[in-house]
Ligand binder design. Sequence first.
Ligand code: SF4
Ligand code: SF4
Length: 107
Amino acid sequence: MTRQRAADPIGFGSGISTDHKDGIRWVDYTNISWNPVFCKRCDICVDICPKSTLVLRNDAIIEEENCILCGLCERYCPDLAIEMLPEAVAAHAAQGESAAEATAEPS
Ligand code: SF4
Ligand code: SF4
């Protein structure tokens, strides 16, 4: 694993990872990874995000707060420049499971 979480001038909560299969540098935020090489700055992800979490600033797509991990940005990016971070998705799923357990009717 070569991912480094560090303060980065590109944006909020970012780090650089090189452990993607393509060997190209990705920028990791809290929930998503963004690829500055693949991205053509079309703004589709910014427009489709239901929480206005993504912004195009200083020529970079940045994840700000309130991401609900819906996956729309990844699904609609025409250039495969966004990926959900697997650990964020797993943590989100685990949170959902424990909430379901807490509200389950005793049998
Ligand atoms: S949809 Fe994809 S290509 Fe378009 S700005 Fe977002 S990350 Fe970049
Ligand atoms: S996963 Fe959903 S909420 Fe999070 S940045 Fe992408 S579109 Fe927005």
